[in-house]
Unconditional design. Structure first.
Length: 629
């Protein structure tokens, strides 16, 4: 019996051993291949490309089997498929290889191992070469591709990671934004939509040049808004892995009211104002198409009297509240606006880790519900505009009422004027950085040239003298000057609609109040900047406690509407306020229909031409064949 038992056990272990060997043999006979989206076999691709995985077995199977595919030493599951009874293999659905180039320690993986597993056991293995995604850099307002000098070139930030960068307008591929040029401030700019069309072509050209199917976008300031428009309206299939924004005014920037008041950089300066971005742009540009959004905000200015034309915290041009105006992942650093696209700290601590995201760090998320936008709380005096001749000067009187803070902002495109301030007492105030937050910025992208402020300023007329230095050009310098106020009277102004049809009446209303009680208005008018750049002034008339007027948009596009009010405080002293509104004239239905008919007609002509060419080609071939006979 013992001998028989021993014989039985020996036979059992032999069968197990043979089964193990047979299983191992079967596993080695399987094949794993990678297919591109056209089902061609590939051994290399770019991170973010869409691929399929195919496993092929040597023998048919008698039971269905689930195949799981894992990548790298982390054994991250990326796809699966099922082999049916009597089948010899299966293909996965198309999968997106986002994050395959990087491992969790931030190191590149130029070669990846892919394994096919059945019941946890590997049945096939293959290796593929992976290249990193290219990076597209989108500059902002009054800027160019030069804004990305720190990122580009052999010694740039991106090269240190082994990444290839493309800045819109750098000439590497076709495409150049028009967001305003400091050498041509009165020249017409593109709209956000037009620049987004340029971004679409630029990205397409980058993909053709590199063979990549997806790119990362890093956008500075207005470049983030252009990128958002592209993703929402123009991206036909997902080709953006992630959008990284630096100092982007998601609710606009009040500083843009200054160049707009001089009719400079239109229509871009109108489109970056809060009333347009907050109330019109954000209500329409909401789709993200699976693209995750990340943002960095500068918070170098914390005290209201040191912030010329934005709320605080601020990077001087964009407030933290504006940077967080839509739902996204937000990070902050105490930097100025123009530091955000040059700072090595921003790159190392914020941009670089995002570019190194692994596959697990690209979550699929639905579009967030648009946030309810808060109404503006900042109040401003009138914007005073004028011109200082070379060697000359000009004085402006700004009425300051009983407020907690008055912070002045000067915009001078030549960046050459000096200021002398006389307070309500008549004394000259010597400005400095500590007591008055004096700041001078030489970069026009900040939308403000010089700023200074006062806590609890003395009410009354403040006289600001603007004088030319030896720097201004022979033709002199234009300027725009205003003061941001906290406390005191509130100007509440609005339009009856934000998206009027052409020739539709738009009612403008204004009310001046203090602690909820109406104040007396002496004069009110609307300064309207039309899309064609032609200004128009519309007086408002009293209607009870409100003042009203009506205007009609006559062409499609953005209208900037400044409601300017002069009134009286309870003690009879003069006060002034200006509110900044926007509406967007909509093209007439006949124009849209006409454009659609034109596109259809052009399409028919093109189709007819193609058919004619095909017909001629067939006839020529038939003729040649007949001649040969």
């Amino acid at each position: 019996m013992i001998q028989r038992a021993g014989l039985f056990m020996g036979t059992f272990f032999a069968i197990v051993l043979l089964s193990t060997v047979a299983s191992h043999t079967q596993a080695q006979s399987a094949e794993l291949v990678v297919l591109d989206r056209n089902k061609a076999t590939v051994t290399r691709f770019v991170d973010g490309d869409s691929i399929q995985l195919r496993v092929k077995l040597q023998n048919r199977i008698t039971q269905s089997a689930r195949v799981v595919f894992v990548v790298g030493s982390e054994a991250t599951t990326v796809a699966e498929c099922a082999v049916q009874v009597n089948g010899t293999g299966c293909d996965t659905e198309l999968i997106v290889s986002l994050g395959w180039y990087w491992d969790k320690s931030g190191q590149p993986n130029r070669e990846r191992t892919i394994r096919a597993l059945v019941d946890g056991e590997p049945v096939a293995t293959t290796r593929v070469q992976i290249s990193p995604r290219p990076i597209v850099l989108a500059h902002g307002f009054i800027s160019s591709a030069d804004a990305w000098a720190a990122y580009l070139g052999p010694n740039g930030y991106l090269a240190s990671m082994g990444l290839q960068g493309f800045a819109v307008g750098d000439g590497q591929v076709e495409g150049k934004f028009s967001t305003g040029s400091i050498t041509d401030p009165t020249g017409k700019t593109n709209t956000i939509a037009q620049n987004a069309e340029i971004l679409a072509r630029y990205i397409s050209n980058v993909k053709k040049l590199t063979g990549a199917q997806q790119v990362d976008i890093v956008g500075h300031s207005m470049g983030g808004l252009i990128s958002r428009y592209y993703i929402d309206r123009l991206m036909t299939e997902r080709d953006v892995a992630q959008l990284i924004m630096l100092g982007t005014p998601q609710n606009g920037s009040d500083c843009a009211n200054l160049p707009a008041a001089l009719d400079l950089y239109l229509p871009a300066s109108l489109e970056i104002r809060p009333s347009y971005i907050r109330d019109i742009f954000n209500s329409q540009i909401t789709r993200r198409r699976g693209v995750p959004f990340y943002a960095m905000a500068g918070t170098s200015i914390l005290e209201p009297f040191k912030s010329p034309c934005t709320d605080v915290p601020s990077d001087i041009a964009v407030s933290l509240g504006s940077a967080h105006g839509i739902s996204l992942s937000l990070t902050t650093l105490p930097l100025l606006h123009t530091d955000l696209n040059t700072s090595k700290q921003v790159f190392e601590t914020f941009v670089k880790p995002l570019l190194q995201h692994t596959a697990e760090e690209f979550p699929t998320q639905p579009d967030p519900t648009p946030a309810v936008q808060d109404q503006p709380t900042l109040q401003f005096t009138h914007i005073y505009t004028g011109h200082v001749d070379a060697g000359g000067s000009q004085e402006e009187t700004v009425n300051i009422d009983q407020v907690a803070v008055a912070s002045f902002a000067l915009y001078d495109p030549t960046r050459s004027l000096t200021v002398t301030v006389r307070g309500a007492s008549g004394n000259v105030i010597v400005l400095d950085a500590v007591r008055n937050g004096l700041i001078v910025v030489d970069d026009p992208a900040t939308l403000v040239y010089l700023g200074y402020g006062f806590q609890n300023p003395r009410p009354g007329p403040w006289r600001i003298t603007l004088a030319a230095t030896t720097k201004p050009p022979p033709q002199g310098a234009d300027f725009a000057l205003t003061a941001q106020l906290r406390g005191g009277a509130l100007l509440k102004a609005q339009t009856s609609t934000l998206l009027p049809q052409l020739n539709e009446p738009v009612e403008l209303t204004a009310r001046l109040e203090l602690a909820g009680q109406a104040l007396s208005i002496r004069e009110a008018k609307a300064l309207i900047r039309r899309p064609d750049g032609i200004p128009e002034t519309v007086p408002l008339s009293a209607s009870g406690d409100e003042w009203k007027a009506t205007f009609r948009p006559t062409s499609p596009g953005v209208y900037g509407i400044n409601i300017q009010v002069s009134g009286a405080a309870p003690d009879g002293s003069s006060l002034e306020r200006e509110a900044f509104l926007s509406v967007q004239g909509q093209p007439a239905a006949s124009q849209v229909a006409g454009s659609q008919r034109l596109i259809a007609a052009v399409g028919l002509v093109v189709l007819a031409a193609i058919l004619a060419l095909i017909f001629l080609s067939i006839r020529r071939r038939a003729h040649k064949a007949q001649v040969k006979r």
